[in-house]
Ligand binder design. Structure first.
Ligand code: NCD
Ligand code: ZN
Ligand code: ZN
Length: 345
């Protein structure tokens, strides 16, 4: 097959950032995604309905002319989030709340220290038909960084899913066979997003022959057996797994540093790279479900009606992208060939 047309996809997990950066990130995503779940880890974080509504306006203002792109807003849970905050968020059209264990990832310092005290908030999410989105890694420093996702499942995920049985939970950007198996075996109402980098790469791609800071993201890339498990699960066509790029830009100098930031800016190539992976797996017939159907179904939103077409045509991801501020960003897969290309309308 040299061409594939699918219902227009949505991105169920990304980071747009703010201010001038929106003029880069919003058009880059709107070129092929109809909707995107916007993560709230700004500095300071988007913790309330009011902040989410204002952020939504800034995103809408950065859309290219004529674009129908729609951001799906989230709020950031802290130790202080109240049941009233959830009700207010619901009233403002916010669909989900994001839970970062404090210190787990980029801009998560205001995240949650005591999960136990958040159960009333989790109940409120379920009562208001909102989703709980989880960065699933423990933060205990004595736990090996490669084991932190598995530990989170054992210490917290099992409990959250059992104790609030009507809560919809998305296990974000899963990276291990353990997480894939957990989601497969879990009750209905539990799903996961998977990034292009975790399908395409394993930790050798970050560490073999030199450190590749642009392949560094969190949860960190794992060994190839885990990568294979993620590829198998998307190939299976299970409706519990859907597209979430985790596109997460950082300035070049913040990535290429003695303490580099975590995050891959994949918006320029993510859809094409997912297509390449499904092609490699001989599973192009499963791409549409993963990219365009299962996420909308899980969120309880209508499926899109427009389509996009991808063609088998090699192109090269630019080595760097210049922001209007003059600051360069190195995109994910910079300088590398991608086998599929979005056909413009
Ligand atoms: C994300 C970011 O930069 O905001 N980074 C990352 O490595 N994934 C945060 C996150 O999604 O955990
Ligand atoms: Zn995360
Ligand atoms: Zn993310």
């Amino acid at each position: 097959m040299n061409e594939i047309t699918i219902i227009k996809p949505d991105d169920w997990h990304l980071h747009f950032r703010d201010q001038e950066m929106l003029l880069e990130t919003v058009p880059a995503t709107a070129r092929c995604f109809e909707r995107a779940v916007v993560m709230p880890n700004l500095m300071p974080p988007v913790t309330t309905a009011e902040l989410a509504v204002a952020y939504r306006e800034r995103i809408l203002a950065a859309r290219p002319a004529g674009s129908s792109f729609t951001p799906v807003m989230t709020i950031y849970l802290t130790d202080k989030t109240s049941v009233q905050d959830i009700k207010d968020a619901k009233a403002a059209g916010v669909l989900a709340a994001k839970m970062y264990p404090a210190g787990a990832t980029t801009n998560s310092d205001s995240g949650v220290n005591s999960l136990e005290s958040l159960y009333p908030v989790f109940e409120a999410l379920a009562d208001n038909d909102m989703l709980l989105l989880i960065h699933g890694e423990v933060t205990q420093k004595h736990i090996d960084i490669f084991d932190r996702e598995k530990e989170f499942i054992d210490q917290h995920m099992v409990k959250i899913v059992e104790r609030v049985p009507n809560l919809k939970v998305v296990f974000e950007h899963i990276t291990t066979k353990d997480a894939a198996d957990f989601v497969l075996a879990a009750r209905e109402g539990v799903a996961a997003t998977i990034t292009p980098q975790h399908l395409m790469l394993n930790r050798n791609d970050m560490l073999d022959g030199g450190i590749r800071p642009h392949n560094y993201c969190l949860p960190v890339l794992k060994r190839s057996t885990h990568q294979e498990a993620l590829r198998a699960v998307v190939k299976s066509g299970s409706h519990k797994f859907f597209l979430g790029t985790d596109s997460a830009p950082h300035a070049k100098h913040r990535k290429e540093s003695d303490c580099g930031c975590a995050g891959c800016y994949s918006a320029w190539s993510a859809l094409e790279l997912y297509t390449q992976v499904f092609d490699e797996l001989g599973a192009l017939d499963k791409l549409e479900g993963f990219a365009s159907l299962y996420g909308a179904d899980f969120y309880g939103l209508p499926r899109n009606t427009d389509t996009v077409t991808l063609v088998r045509e090699a192109w090269e991801v630019p080595t760097s992208i210049m922001l209007s501020t003059g600051e360069p960003i190195v995109p994910f897969f910079a300088g590398k060939q991608v086998a599929w290309k979005l056909k413009s309308a």
